[in-house]
Design a protein around this ligand. Structure first.
Ligand code: TXA
Ligand code: MG
Length: 327
């Protein structure tokens, strides 16, 4: 079912066509195979989480053909410029603030105001992203909980039949994921060690701070307070789950037929489609936050979402939003 494409002009044209149509295409980077999706399409990004069987949404890395294209979507300070000059194309991911009007879908960044960007080393990967004409969001191309793939056969072992195509680029040269560096604060923070050693980065921009390694933080079920983790967008309004009625003082996050009587409504999916609901989740929470503030509403009431497929990840995020807040 999954097409196996070759790294040539025909493979490039087909892969770009599929990605532009919102389908998922795995391709080789220098680190690991990425599961690519049009980063500007909420539906395409939602189907990445679906294909991986991820029980939660975490922010994905957006791949660009070059630094100019990346820095058109995020704010690059002189540190980012220097690092890009030294290490791009290559296994370094920079977390930077999104620019106003950045077209990357909110789900790709898990609702955050920041975005992780990188320029992959292989010529083919960059040519592919350029041909798509939009940034390509790509987590590692494995099922959730399995190890990252470094050959097309590894990708097929986990995802055959679940994705449109894989471009066989042979084994990945680096074999570990990119280094993830957060440059949104004054102190740069290493979020994930990877292909570019920390010392090489420090040689250019000075000492790095230590963050909560995101994978560890995400795995830890004890850290329930949404505000604590950089990867968790939390709405400003409190959230009430499993609403089967709604007050005029509440903003309704609806799924299916909306409950009557809310002070404001955002419908995740009128037809009850979980992929559509996932694609709309962060935009919906933000819209209700803004509308709630304008109208002086007290909280967000969320209608029940079926706990299957992408509904598991939607419910995970809503439960975090509803959990008691830290200080
Ligand atoms: O080498 C790689 O980076 C591969 C290839 C395919 O490019 N991609 C990859 O993506 O490893 P993924 O989704 O498996 O890992 C993305 C990492 C996660 O640790 C995630 O939490 C972090 O980057 N990340 C993404 N966006 C972020 C953001 N806005 N703030 C903080 N961390 C972010
Ligand atoms: Mg991964």
């Amino acid at each position: 079912m999954t097409e196996v494409l070759t790294q040539d002009a025909a493979g490039l044209a087909r892969a770009a066509e599929l990605l532009r149509a919102g389908a998922l295409v795995a391709f080789a980077t220098e680190t690991v195979y990425g599961l690519g999706a049009d980063a500007t399409s909420g539906r395409a990004v939602a189907s990445v989480f679906e294909a991986k069987g991820r029980p939660h949404f975490n922010p994905l890395i957006c791949h660009y053909p070059g630094a100019d294209a990346a820095f058109a979507h995020v704010v690059a300070d002189p540190r980012a410029q220097r690092l890009a000059e030294a290490f791009w194309p290559g296994p370094l991911t920079l977390v930077l603030e999104r620019r106003e009007g950045c077209p990357v879908d909110l789900l790709a960044g898990a609702g955050l105001d920041t975005l992780a960007v990188r320029v992959p080393a292989p010529d083919f990967a960059r040519a592919l992203v350029r041909a798509v004409g939009r940034p390509v969001a790509a987590p590692s191309a494995n099922r959730s909980g399995e190890v990252s793939p470094t050959t097309a056969a590894h990708v097929l072992a986990g995802l055959d039949g679940r994705i449109a195509a894989v471009v066989d680029g042979g084994p990945c040269a680096v074999g570990v994921e990119s280094t993830v560096l957060d440059l949104t604060g004054r102190q740069p923070v290493l979020l994930r060690p990877g292909g570019v050693p920390a010392e090489a980065i420090e040689a250019l921009i000075g000492p790095l701070g230590r963050g909560i390694p995101l994978a560890q933080a995400e795995a830890s079920r004890t850290l329930r307070s949404p505000g604590l983790l950089v990867s968790h967008y939390a709405p400003a309004l409190p959230v009430r789950l499993d609403a089967d009625d709604v007050a005029p003082t509440e903003a309704l996050l609806a799924f299916g037929d909306p409950l009557p009587g809310a002070g404001a409504v955002f419908n995740l999916s009128a037809s009850g489609d979980l992929t559509e609901a996932a694609a709309n989740l962060f935009a919906g929470l933000r819209a209700l936050d803004a509308e709630g503030a304008r109208r002086g509403l007290l909280r967000i009431a969320a209608m029940p979402i079926p706990d299957r497929g992408l509904g598991v990840a939607i419910n995970d995020r809503l439960q975090r939003a509803a959990a008691p807040r830290g200080t």
